[in-house]
Design a protein around this ligand. Structure first.
Ligand code: C2O
Ligand code: CU
Length: 481
């Protein structure tokens, strides 16, 4: 069994999937495998082929229909090398992160999912504005039992960077390795030399070097499980290496899949612009802030221009009481090359146009310390009734606040996008960090009918109460049901 699993992992590795390889310095970086193998052009189409994607294996589209992407995805126990030692993990199709689901905007995606875990699970397609029945919410979908299957089928409405993960026992299943990136290509997409998919995570190892058994004991429900080793694409960040050439310009799609750790990113040795976030590309790039805050669950996209040869780095800077603790998440060796170039920005139409709010709601978070710690949403732990009900198409202002200013909370709303009334959060979002000390206002565009989860993405917080819903009525529904 183990040999078979290892065989699959090796197979994926040989396919060129392992992004952050541990090969000796000087060997061919795996980043180029896909590039080489696709150099013959692939499909003919009047549009320029999408940029080569670097970062993880990709799910293979088994359906020849150009409007359909049909794939198989299995969650199972597996073995992976996260930090130099092979350990037990849970994995999608045998790899951590799971394979990238890549589609074009408006394609129909069919995922034949098999649960080979010892416990029920679902798959949530974080950020995709699809129907509630396909969203993986255990309130809507009966979780897939061990040995069971489920076919997820949906049209991907928006271009951008999304991700998938379980939504049952999430704090434990995700921490053990179940997560993967979703890339939805749009038209027009800016013409980059290369795209990199980077999933940032952290992991806590026990004394034997295995993943610490996920727990809700002690202070974990308060702090969330914060890992000591940072991971980039499933490898210890220190092992995440790539290469590039001066003059090239890349698009980095970055996901924070940690249980609890907010990333604060900066780019060194290259020029960067912030070009997109949860809900897709911006209408115009904006300068990279000094520290780019990426809450768990959230995504950012940055443009990286190698204007000088040398070493470029993506760095996570953790504030400590004295100095910042910096960890390199990806190191890129930049060879000498031609003069820098600039990418022309295409006309991007945002997925949702700005429109004024017609209604106001408050969502406030708090915690209670009884025999154990619980978190509450509007005073209630795990409220069963929706926080509010509106008709499809409603635009609402939601004030998110922390009654007890102990922690920042990454608030995530399923199935919808919102804008944040704060220039620090440009673009459309589905996740925003609600600072401990001050409320934040969002304008939510509730265009997708259904019962939608609204929760803290610190997975332990969600598990002990910070999990609520909102209701968006469809055309046939009536208020007050
Ligand atoms: Cu990333 Cu409720 O999910
Ligand atoms: Cu929280």
């Amino acid at each position: 069994m183990q040999i078979i699993t290892l065989g699959i992992v090796m197979f994926l590795f040989l396919l060129g999937g392992c992004s952050t390889d541990e090969a000796a310095p000087g060997s061919t970086p795996s980043s180029n495998h896909r590039h080489d193998s696709s150099a013959d052009g692939g499909t003919t189409s009047e549009t320029k082929p999408a940029a080569t994607l670097w970062g993880a294996p990709e799910l293979t589209d088994e359906n020849p229909d150009p409007d359909v992407v049909e794939v198989h995805l299995t969650a199972a126990k597996g073995r992976a090398t996260l930090d130099g030692k092979e350990i037990d993990v849970l994995a999608y199709n045998g790899s951590v992160p799971g394979p990238i689901l890549r589609a074009k905007q408006h394609q129909t995606v069919i995922v034949h999912f098999t649960n080979q875990l010892a416990e029920p699970t679902t798959v949530h397609w974080h950020g995709l504005r699809i129907s509630e029945a396909m969203d993986g919410s255990p309130v809507i979908q009966t979780p897939v039992p061990p040995g069971g299957t489920f076919t997820y089928s949906f049209m991907v409405p928006d271009a951008g960077s999304f991700w998938y993960h379980p939504h049952v026992n999430t704090y434990a299943q995700l921490a053990r390795g179940l997560y993967g990136a979703i890339v939805v290509e749009g038209a027009p997409d800016p013409a980059y030399d290369l795209e990199r998919s980077l999933i940032l995570d952290d992991v806590l190892f026990d004394a034997d070097g295995n993943i610490s058994p996920p727990t809700l004991d002690g202070l974990v429900p308060l702090t969330g499980r914060v890992g000591k080793v940072l991971l980039t694409n499933g490898k210890a960040a220190a092992r995440a290496k790539a290469s590039a050439t001066k003059g090239k310009v890349e698009r980095w799609r970055i996901v924070n899949s940690a249980n609890a750790r907010t990333m604060r990113l900066l780019l060194e040795g290259a020029k960067g612009r912030l070009i997109g976030a949860d809900g897709g590309l911006f209408t115009a790039p904006v300068p990279l802030p000094e520290r780019l805050v990426l809450p768990v669950g959230g995504r950012v996209e940055i443009e990286v221009s190698y204007d000088t040869a040398g070493t470029a780095r993506l760095v996570n800077a953790v504030p400590t009481s004295s100095v910042e603790e910096k960890t390199t998440m990806l190191e890129v060796a930049v060879a000498d090359g031609p003069a820098p170039r600039t990418i022309a920005w295409p006309t991007i139409t945002p997925a949702v146009a700005e429109r004024p709010a017609v209604d106001d709601f408050d969502i406030s978070f708090d915690y209670q310390q009884g025999s154990s710690i619980t978190w509450t949403v509007n005073g209630e732990s795990n409220p069963k009734e929706p926080l509010f009900t509106v008709a499809k198409g409603a635009t609402v202002k939601i004030t998110l606040s922390n009654a007890s200013a102990v922690m920042d909370h990454p608030f995530h709303l399923h199935g919808q996008f919102f804008r944040v009334n704060d220039p620090a959060w440009p673009g459309l979002r589905d996740t925003v960090l609600v600072p401990a000390a001050k409320p934040i206002e969002i304008i939510a565009y509730l265009d997708n009918p259904g019962m939608w989860m609204a929760h803290c993405h610190i997975l332990e917080h969600a598990e002990v109460g910070m999990m609520a819903h909102i209701m968006v009525l469809g055309d046939g529904d009536t208020m007050g049901h």
